[in-house]
Design a protein around this ligand. Structure first.
Ligand code: HEC
Ligand code: HEC
Ligand code: HEC
Ligand code: HEC
Ligand code: HEC
Ligand code: HEC
Ligand code: HEC
Length: 311
């Protein structure tokens, strides 16, 4: 039982990699422990705090939603596993914030790989020390892509990470150097037709990380971003190894087959069979036949004219 191992203090890293059903007795213990925190850190807690003299303004900025937490990657964990003992009593201990565990404490292997990509990213280089894993990942909310399944949900979650800053002057200005103004995301990408539809069907990281990799934390400088429509709008769409990789894998296991996963979730012109493509092909055929006909007609006409001129 994975969680038992953690509760008993064995290496968290060893078990964070393997998902197993949780023992109901243990789950009850975790729920009870977390409810102590939820007694204050929820909307209900704010309305009726279990004790007097709390700084309610500060509390309001720290509310969590229990259902969202339970559905997240970390939903079967005790708050205390990441927050240490400094928060178990109120008022919380001085310096408790310094005790919050970094991702690497439990995901050493994954984080080692990710850090190498992250260190090369524009964010790590331009915003040294100001941006951390937590700037994008809310450990109380996030769900891993394979758990979300539906590409639209994955896109919504992953793009929200970027847009939290890139659509908010306040959040952007907290990090940006020398009062730099936030460039407007829609204007920047106005070369992309129906920009808003793309934001709902495709992730920022699809174009802003190296194409050769399935998923990377290396957000590239803007001049290296993907602008080529065909990288997605083609039969060997880059989306197969990225956004749709979970679906494509399931599909291959089931049918040993190709782009059905993409077809099911959206019409990526060129990557899926699509009426626009059909019309395009009909159009091209018509143009070719028409062109040949026209060419022939002109030749006949010219030879008649030539014959007349000879007379
Ligand atoms: C105190 C230990 C701990 C810390 C710190 C921690 N995690 Fe986790 N993480 C876990 C455990 C336990 C799971 C659940 C694994 C399971 O359900 O099998 C998990 C699951 C995940 C998953 C889903 C993995 C999967 O295969 O289902 C992701 C992604 C993740 N964590 C990312 C992060 C990130 C990003 C951070 C830092 C912001 C972080 N974690 C910090 C312990 C931790
Ligand atoms: C009796 C109410 C109460 C309980 C119980 C409580 N907290 Fe708090 N907590 C607060 C209040 C109020 C604040 C706002 C800052 C302050 O007054 O210290 C806070 C602040 C925090 C912060 C820091 C926010 C920040 O950015 O400084 C964290 C983290 C936190 N609590 C985690 C927990 C965890 C984890 C538990 C359960 C183990 C818990 N709290 C239990 C009332 C409570
Ligand atoms: C996987 C690790 C992890 C778990 C589990 C976890 N937290 Fe946190 N929590 C963090 C990290 C990391 C931060 C700091 C985020 C930051 O620096 O922006 C944080 C911040 C907070 C804060 C203060 C700031 C804020 O953003 O609201 C509160 C309150 C809090 N957690 C409450 C809880 C409660 C209640 C639980 C249990 C239901 C819990 N946490 C479970 C990692 C965790
Ligand atoms: C600029 C935003 C950003 C930052 C900063 C960031 N990440 Fe991520 N991270 C993402 C996105 C986007 C994904 C893709 C989630 C998906 O769909 O799989 C992701 C995925 C992950 C995953 C899940 C990978 C999997 O197994 O599928 C882990 C673990 C993770 N990040 C850890 C980290 C760690 C550790 C750091 C700090 C070194 C970090 N991240 C910093 C955006 C970010
Ligand atoms: C279809 C590919 C594609 C997608 C999807 C995409 N981008 Fe871009 N992005 C680009 C390209 C290409 C450029 C460079 C544009 C240019 O130089 O004209 C760019 C430029 C940028 C810049 C540079 C700003 C500056 O300083 O000039 C930012 C920031 C940015 N994108 C953020 C995002 C965010 C956030 C998302 C997700 C909502 C996103 N992008 C989605 C291709 C894309
Ligand atoms: C916590 C805030 C924050 C988050 C989250 C964030 N960014 Fe940024 N990003 C910035 C700031 C600030 C800059 C400006 C840095 C500079 O120019 O010095 C920037 C710059 C950029 C640039 C321009 C690089 C260049 O060449 O000038 C791109 C592209 C970009 N971000 C893409 C993304 C993508 C994609 C995501 C999500 C995976 C994301 N950002 C998430 C704050 C953020
Ligand atoms: C990173 C992948 C990617 C790139 C690059 C990309 N697209 Fe798309 N595009 C998509 C996806 C996914 C959709 C599906 C939208 C949906 O769900 O209906 C789409 C939809 C479209 C649509 C239909 C929009 C609508 O109204 O529904 C058009 C037109 C289009 N793309 C044109 C382009 C052009 C032109 C370019 C290059 C300038 C381009 N795309 C680059 C992924 C991409």
């Amino acid at each position: 039982m994975a969680i038992v191992a953690l509760a008993l203090g064995s290496s968290p890293a060893a078990f964070a990699e393997e998902a197993k059903p949780v023992d109901p007795e243990l789950l009850a213990k975790i729920t009870k422990s977390n409810n102590e925190c939820f007694a204050c850190h929820t909307k209900a807690g704010l309305k009726a705090p279990p004790q007097d003299g709390l700084d309610l303004k500060k509390l309001e900025a720290t509310l969590r939603d229990p259902d969202t937490f339970h559905a997240s990657n970390h939903g079967n964990m005790e708050c205390k596993q990441c927050h240490g003992q400094g928060y178990t009593k109120y008022p919380h201990a001085e310096g408790a914030a310094q005790q919050i565990s970094p991702c690497s404490e439990c995901h050493a292997v994954k984080v080692y790989k990710i850090e190498q990509q992250w260190d090369k990213s524009v964010h790590a280089q331009k915003l040294k020390g100001k941006m951390t894993c937590n700037s994008c990942h809310d450990p109380h909310v996030a769900k891993i892509a394979s758990k979300l399944g539906d590409p639209k949900l994955i896109v919504a979650q992953d793009n929200a990470m970027c847009l939290d800053c890139h659509k908010s002057d306040l959040a952007f200005s907290k990090l940006a150097p020398d009062n730099r103004k936030r460039p407007d995301i829609d204007t920047l990408h106005s070369w992309l037709p129906n920009t808003k539809a793309h934001w709902q069907s495709v992730r920022c990281v699809e174009c802003h990380t190296p194409q050769a990799k399935t998923l990377s934390h290396e957000v590239l400088a803007k001049d290296k971003a993907e602008k080529n429509c065909v990288s997605c709008h083609s039969s060997d769409s880059a989306l197969r190894t990225r956004l749709y990789r979970h679906l494509v894998q399931a599909e291959e296991n089931q049918y040993g087959f190709v782009n059905t996963a993409i077809l099911k979730s959206s019409y990526v012109i060129g990557a899926t069979r699509n009426q626009f493509v059909d019309w395009g092909i009909i159009g091209m055929v018509a143009a070719t036949v028409g062109g040949l006909g026209l060419h022939g007609a002109i030749r006949v006409l010219m030879s008649i004219l030539r014959r007349r001129n000879r007379k």
